[in-house]
Design a protein around this ligand. Structure first.
Ligand SMILES: [Zn+2]
Length: 229
């Protein structure tokens, strides 16, 4: 294996891909970041007011989704962080700078958010769910973001409100279903709360798993004990 040599033109570093630069702590914000790779498009700022976190998933193939994701295949798209399927985290835009993950670079949504891309596959019909390693890594990252930017560690789907939400929730008109039906908010937020160190979260996690074990809502009304199978 040759260090610092890109292999196969893959747009996104995997854990064993030495094309990714070793993390330089002068360039990263989250201490758990594995790689730093500067995005092509971002707006430098000296500081800014970060109020919420936006979750994205990539479309297309899991191995070639890359940081541009399903919300935009344009190279002009960027997020602050990308979480790959093995749970490695790449930072691509500094948190003080504006990334282009909602609508356009100068949108109000981008101005006040941090975007996290998760490498999955989603073509509108078939969905590759995030891995547990992704949920685990992303929840640690988000807990840290919430603490460092005083963001409520809660799933708040209302556009512009402080908290954590999906792309589609922040911008329904162009969100294209991102992060889609395979994203399990119960599992994710349970892990975020655990990572925040809240005592109440273990029970929340158990309850979310009990309600939603495979990412699909179980409705008791559908169950008739007297209905022969
Ligand atoms: Zn998106």
């Amino acid at each position: 294996m040759q260090p610092n040599r890109r292999r196969g033109g893959a747009p996104f570093p995997h854990r064993d891909d030495r094309s990714a630069r070793s993390v330089d702590h002068d360039h990263i914000d989250f201490p758990g970041t594995d790689f730093w790779e500067r995005a092509r498009t971002f707006e430098p700022r000296s500081e800014r007011d970060v109020r919420f976190v936006v979750v994205h998933i990539t479309g297309g193939s899991a191995h070639h989704g890359g940081p541009t994701g399903n919300h935009s295949r344009s190279s002009a798209a960027s997020t602050h962080y990308v979480v790959n399927r093995e749970g490695s985290i790449t930072q691509m835009v500094r948190e003080k700078d504006i990334a282009n993950h909602i609508d356009n670079l100068h949108s109000v949504s981008n101005a006040h958010s941090i975007g996290i891309e998760h490498v999955t596959a989603w073509n509108g019909a078939h969905h590759l769910a995030p891995t547990l390693a992704q949920y685990a890594a992303s929840s640690r990252l988000v807990a840290w973001l919430c603490k460092s930017h005083s963001i409520p560690a809660e799933h708040r789907p209302q556009h512009g409100s402080p908290g954590i939400r999906g792309h589609q929730e922040e911008q329904p008109q162009t969100g294209r279903g991102c992060p889609g039906p395979g994203w399990n908010w119960g599992t994710y937020m349970g892990r975020v709360r655990l990572a925040m160190g809240s005592q109440a979260t273990f029970e929340d996690t158990i309850m979310s798993l009990a309600r939603d074990p495979f990412g699909q809502r179980v409705d008791d009304r559908d169950v008739d004990p007297f209905d022969p199978v």
